[in-house]
Design a protein around this ligand. Structure first.
Ligand SMILES: *Cc1c(COP(=O)(O)O)cnc(C)c1O
Length: 383
């Protein structure tokens, strides 16, 4: 019985990992009674995050989704507009397009980075322009921390003069050409949800080198209150600001970001060592001058070669109380986006079928790794 309880302690896909510095900032907030959606921790977190990324301006928000929403408002996305969006992503990338009464135009990924296919992006832009509507914005994602084909995409965005929003929710600490993800677009989006590489329990940020965008985001996120002694409003506002308590968690978390990237990358190396030699198992892998935070280590299982499916592996993990997860189901396959235009090449559908995210927390213990490798060794018959 006792043994059973021990065995059953759950291994999560990616769970919060405190640095130990968080309580100091939270205590400061309590002691000074800054228990509010503004205060020194919010200012501090914004400055520290901007300076880490090498971005000019930053606004801390209640979620990454809120950050995407405000980015689209900044770009004037409204009713009847079209916004090009990576299909292979979490739904939060696309939902804010619909909040604005606009239509997402989904674009598939290429096999090298698993992110937006530049050739297909250009085809989509031309196709939409031909139909009489130039897309108002492009949203790319750095899936599981892997930097997208940024050079190609930025140059296409510039060629057609369409602003680029970078959903770097999964990619804090990832770099391309030694520059941090989140700083390539007109605006960049971060998330500090509980399962991300650092967390504020829930939170997000919008970063940009354009001060006006960040000022306007801050204004809209605090109910769009005009400058007057009474409450006056000339715009519809939102309650999207991050609280000073949560920003305190964020400041403590940010202190450990370099270590967290190292730990996630070490997990990735652990899995490569274990599975690298197996015919039919391939990894989501860095190429060129990409440096991934490897937020989640992800593999593709070719069942023709392994005679095993990703679902069988997921269930084998589950039987040992270990969480793993299929890759994101592409947006163009989601029932809610049934009638949305999509430019596809088959990649994300295939990857969704074959792919699994492995337990990737920066807090995985050696004992947990033994349990994980036990499952993998049995499953793939590794001696
Ligand atoms: C987590 C995530 C978001 C949303 O962030 P929240 O802070 O949870 O709102 C957006 N896009 C991607 C790709 C994500 O993984």
């Amino acid at each position: 019985m006792r043994k059973d309880i021990l065995k059953s302690s759950k291994i999560w896909l990616s769970s919060p990992h405190m640095s130990g510095e968080e309580m100091r900032y939270i205590n400061e907030a309590f002691e000074s009674n800054w228990v509010a959606p503004l205060g020194p921790n919010v200012d501090g977190f914004e400055n520290e995050l901007a300076s880490y990324l090498g971005a000019q301006h930053c606004c801390a928000l209640s979620s990454g989704t809120a950050a995407i929403h405000l980015a689209l408002i900044n770009l004037g996305v409204g009713i009847g507009d079209e916004v090009i969006c990576q299909s292979f992503t979490f739904s939060a990338t696309a939902n804010p397009i619909v909040y604005q009464g606009a239509t997402p135009i989904f674009v598939d990924s290429e096999p090298e980075t698993w992110n937006m296919d530049p050739a297909l992006l250009e085809e989509a832009i031309r196709g939409r322009i031909k139909k009489g509507k130039k897309p108002k914005a492009i949203i790319i994602v750095h899936l599981y921390g892997m930097p997208a084909k940024v050079d190609e995409i930025v140059s296409i965005a510039q060629k057609y003069d369409i602003p680029l929003v970078e959903d770097a929710a999964e990619a804090l600490g990832s770099r391309y050409n030694d520059r941090f993800c989140g700083t390539f677009g007109t605006m960049g989006v971060l998330s500090f949800n509980g399962n991300k590489i650092i967390t504020t329990s829930g939170g997000g940020a919008l970063v940009s080198d354009n001060q006006e965008y960040i000022q306007k985001a801050r204004f809209l996120a605090t109910q769009a209150r005009d400058n007057a002694p009474h409450y006056q409003h000339s715009n519809i506002g939102y309650n999207y600001r991050m609280s000073n308590i949560l920003a305190g968690i964020g400041r403590g978390q940010l202190k450990a970001i370099d270590l967290r990237v190292k730990q996630r990358r070490a997990n990735n190396a652990f899995y490569r060592e274990l599975l690298g030699g197996i015919e039919g198992v391939s990894f989501h892998t860095e190429s060129g001058s990409r440096y991934s935070n490897y937020w989640l280590t992800s593999i593709l299982i070719d069942s023709n070669k392994t005679q095993r499916t990703r679902e069988e592996l997921r269930l084998a993990f589950e039987a040992e109380n270990i969480e793993s997860r299929p890759l994101w189901k592409p947006m163009h396959l989601q029932p809610v986006f049934n009638d949305v235009p999509a430019y596809t090449n088959g990649f994300s559908e295939k990857a969704f079928e074959m792919g699994l995210c492995l337990p990737s927390g920066s807090n995985l213990t050696d004992i947990e790794k033994v349990r994980i490798s036990g499952v993998l060794k049995t499953f793939f018959n590794i001696k």
